[in-house]
Write a protein that binds this ligand. Structure first.
Ligand SMILES: Nc1nc2c(c(=O)[nH]1)N[C@H]1C(S)=C(S)[C@@H](COP(=O)(O)OP(=O)(O)OC[C@H]3O[C@@H](n4cnc5c(=O)[nH]c(N)nc54)[C@H](O)[C@@H]3O)O[C@H]1N2
Ligand SMILES: Nc1nc2c(c(=O)[nH]1)N[C@H]1C(S)=C(S)[C@@H](COP(=O)(O)OP(=O)(O)OC[C@H]3O[C@@H](n4cnc5c(=O)[nH]c(N)nc54)[C@H](O)[C@@H]3O)O[C@H]1N2
Ligand code: SF4
Ligand SMILES: [Mo]
Length: 770
């Protein structure tokens, strides 16, 4: 790597993973710009990407494996010692309690999924499939609904924002949080075009709502009432797409009957939206030729989350806004990021396993409960549950109760503080990475990116960490056994394929270890720096088999590539294209082939949810007496990015992660703008700096997501940076089906802080940001 040069890679700050180019100067990332060659993002960047150097290079990077002493402090140990001790302890846990007593927490963040393949391989080889991660903090209700509608929990809806003439945003703030490619450009284009419209449902007048043709400022937590009233209005006005319903769906009569029972006026009132606005919303839907619905945490982490996801899908289906240009779609996968696990339960908490995942809200109970199969060992990789799972106090208690806790991270996190061992990973710019966040239709993309700076001294990329661990556990065959596979890979892909298949047939016990085997054999024959992508080989072959025409179109491959060679052609394109590559390119008609039900129809009636709808009580929409405010606990802002940044200097504004409060609410508390205020819930309390903000509804508050990291000052003292928002959240405040948290609906009260305490906080804030 030359002294000063631009390298292509991707942004790791949100799940859009825009293509970027970074200027590397003397082994450090110095500048960031958009990569115009990236076929998905085409040079787009938001304000956060320029700050990537603060992720890659900072004082709190881990540079050696650590072992916790009995007094809670850590000592540095060698990699060999760490791996040997951890392997011995894992073996002991398996012998005492069985493999099922182990769980993985994490397995990938916003920019990295390579490690997930390897850690899952080890987990499965040890006899466990228990995985908790962020997806089951937000999306599993949606996945559950999709399982019923489309026949598999891996059927996932995409948005064709680019071509829609009505964008309907529900509980999302794409101007700030993105969520679809080139979000700000897309929103600007819609605003400028008189023929394209935007509707936003959000209690707050967000940056996105500010741009909308219609903003429905729903009462927090009342989306099910509002969506129900809109759907019932569409039915009343017979504004449904009956041809679509007849051709592509079944179960409509049951849905219709349930929706016809909705008392529109009463539900509109519960949602605090005047009837004329609901009529206007219906008018705009009826006038639209192609509506795309975009939702996120506002309803997925809001009250009635799984039901909300269902109503959102009904809005799409009843209006026939599916499978056409500019509407919602399903998308193909290179490899699904989550699983399909209908009717599976996790015994220790008697919880439904959705999409192969367990909800973080049940994590503490799964460890602290008295079930014989409770968790004794948790392996954390790319996640910081001590800050991001509900109820921090309970999560910390659970982490401390474990017989073995290992954290693999790039930095010393709040979770790592409780680990028995902490293993330092190389950053996402120091190793090969990719993500499985590939949700586009009709053309879907994939981006494999080699490291652009050398690994920080003392760190290892995950494939190396898990190779060493699997070797120490005696799971992975020795180098001599793998040598023939490696040689075959260097000869030709066909020779490798034959050798690999016969190896797997002869060694059935190696089945769970496929990723590690591929990395250590095929990996060595791949283009420089892309060995970690080796496990994608099988996915590429399978993808080409499932959707040969779509892959051919994406690659521009004609008859010179045989069907048999197509999967390898796809894989080779993926590992050689430095700016990412199209992997599938569908026609709109092919969307029906992506439905898993054998009849390729959308099965609209989900009895459990229709029953839930029937039981909704408008009298429940409103705050509780003791806790009169509803806090949106975890808002996306210009300068937060999950737990990815730890150095507070990355933020250009909002250093303390302000509590947003409507001016009237602030005044009735007798408080002023900028004052430190106590926020209390039933689970805990924190102190935050208040900021008067009239984009907030009266009675609603917001605290940001992605704060609360401790970071060392220049003299080494660790100071906390901003609100640890999950101190306030309760893991019981969750969805009855998916177990996902109702983070947007945390009941709190506010109290003034004595002047002396406020002065101390003010001084602390100055030291953190000094
Ligand atoms: N800047 C930034 N961008 C990010 C991230 C980040 O940390 N920072 N994180 C990424 C991740 S992991 C995710 S999942 C996405 C999340 O992206 P979004 O879901 O778009 O972001 P949020 O701000 O969490 O919530 C969206 C909106 O929900 C609204 N809301 C609150 N209560 C309700 C309600 O009762 N009903 C309705 N309808 N709306 C409500 C809030 O006012 C807010 O505007 O963002 C991604 N992008
Ligand atoms: N109250 C509340 N809680 C929330 C939310 C909310 O809105 N409100 N949002 C939820 C949502 S949507 C999400 S997505 C989650 C996110 O919560 P988490 O699942 O905890 O994920 P991140 O915050 O992205 O943390 C990623 C971790 O990975 C580490 N890391 C970065 N790069 C690498 C690498 O290359 N290798 C390894 N091994 N580690 C690496 C980072 O240092 C960091 O510790 O938070 C959830 N929690
Ligand atoms: S939209 Fe997301 S991926 Fe793109 S530059 Fe911004 S934070 Fe990075
Ligand atoms: Mo998320």
């Amino acid at each position: 790597m030359s002294a000063q040069a631009w390298h292509k890679t991707a942004c790791n700050l949100c799940y859009i993973n825009c293509g970027i180019e970074v200027m590397v100067d003397d082994g450090r990332i110095a500048k960031v710009r958009g990569d115009r060659d990236n076929p998905k993002s085409q040079g787009y960047l938001c304000n956060k990407a320029a700050r990537i150097p603060f992720y890659a290079h900072h004082r709190d990077r881990l540079t050696t494996p650590l072992r916790r002493r009995s007094d809670g402090t850590f000592e540095a140990i060698d990699w060999d010692v760490a791996i040997a001790e951890i392997a011995a302890k894992l073996r002991a846990v398996v012998e005492r309690h069985g493999g099922k007593s182990i769980a993985l927490y994490g397995g990938g963040g916003q920019g990295n999924h390579a490690g997930g393949a390897y850690v899952n391989a080890v987990l499965r080889a040890l006899g466990s499939r228990h995985v908790f991660n962020a997806l089951s903090q937000e999306k599993t209700g949606d996945f559950w609904v999709n399982g019923h509608l489309f026949g598999s929990q891996t059927c996932h809806t995409a948005e064709d924002v680019h071509h829609c003439d009505l964008l309907f945003v529900i509980g999302a703030n794409p101007w700030i949080a993105h969520g679809f490619p080139n979000a700000r450009d897309q929103l600007n284009q819609i605003r400028k075009d008189p023929d394209r419209k935007l509707i936003v449902i959000d209690p707050r007048r967000t940056e996105t709502a500010e741009m909308a043709d219609l903003h429905l400022a729903v009462r927090p937590g009342a989306d099910a009432f509002l969506l129900g009233a809109i759907l019932a209005t569409l039915i009343e006005r017979d504004a449904l797409d009956h041809d679509f319903l007849a051709l592509h769906t079944e179960g409509f009569p049951e849905v219709e009957a349930a929706l016809r029972r909705i008392p529109i006026e009463e539900w509109a009132k519960a949602a605090d939206i005047p009837l004329p606005e609901i009529d206007r919303c219906a008018d705009m839907i009826i006038a639209a030729k192609a509506m795309t619905v975009r939702v996120e945490l506002g309803i997925q982490q809001g009250v009635n989350s799984t039901l909300n996801s269902y109503l959102e899908k009904l809005l799409i289906m009843l209006t026939g806004s599916f499978g056409r240009k500019g509407t919602n779609q399903l998308h193909s996968w290179l490899q699904p990021l989550w699983g399909n696990s209908p009717n599976q339960t996790f015994a220790p908490t008697d919880t439904e396993v959705i999409a192969g995942l367990l909800p973080p809200n049940l994590f503490a109970q799964a460890v602290l409960g008295d079930h014989p199969d409770r968790l004794r060992c948790v392996w954390v990789d790319s996640s910081n549950p001590a800050n991001t799972a509900a109820n921090t106090a309970e999560v910390e208690k659970a982490l401390q109760a474990l017989e073995l806790c290992v954290v693999v991270d790039v930095a010393m996190t709040e979770t790592a503080r409780f680990a028995h061992y902490v293993l330092p990973a190389s950053s996402q710019y120091e190793k090969c990475e990719f993500t499985l966040f590939n949700f586009e239709f009709p053309t879907n993309y994939f981006h494999v990116r080699p490291g652009v700076v050398p690994p920080l001294q003392g760190t290892l990329p995950e494939p190396e960490i898990y190779t060493r661990l699997a070797r120490a556990l005696g799971l992975l065959p020795g180098d001599n056994v793998l040598a023939p596979l490696r040689e075959a890979a260097l000869r030709s892909r066909a020779a490798f394929a034959a050798a690999f298949r016969s190896f797997m047939a002869d060694n059935p016990a190696a089945a769970p270890l496929g990723a590690l085997l591929l990395y250590n054999t095929l990996g060595e024959s791949l283009p420089a720096g892309t060995a970690a992508a080796a496990p994608l080989w099988g996915a590429a072959l399978a993808c080409a088999k499932r959707a040969p025409e779509a892959v051919r179109r994406a690659l521009g491959a004609g008859s010179e590539v045989s069907d048999k060679e197509l999967g390898d052609a796809l894989f080779d394109a993926m590992v050689t294209a430095r700016s990412g590559t199209a992997i599938t390119s569908h026609t709109y008609e092919e969307v029906w082939s992506l439905i898993s039900h054998p009849d390729r129809k959308v099965h609209l009636a989900i009895p459990a949810l229709l029953e839930w709808l029937g039981k909704l009580d408008p009298a429940t929409a409103g705050p509780a007496k003791d806790y009169p405010f509803i806090l949106a606990a975890g808002q996306r802002r210009m300068f937060n990015a999950n737990q990815i940044f730890r150095d507070p200097a990355w933020r250009r504004d909002d250093p303390d992660g302000a509590l947003l409060v409507n001016t009237k609410d602030l005044a009735s508390l007798g408080a002023t703008d900028g004052e430190w205020i106590v926020v209390k819930s039933a689970a805990g309390h924190i102190v935050a700096r208040a900021k008067a903000d009239d984009s907030m509804r009266e009675g609603q508050l917001a605290l940001p997501h992605g704060y609360g990291q401790s970071y060392p000052t220049r003299d080494g003292e660790r100071l906390n940076n901003g609100p640890r928002v999950n101190v306030l959240t309760d893991s019981d405040n969750r969805d009855p089906i998916a177990g996902t948290p109702y983070h947007k609906h945390v009941a709190v009260r506010l109290e003034k802080l004595p002047a002396t305490e406020a002065a101390a906080l003010e001084a602390m804030s100055r030291r953190i940001h000094g």
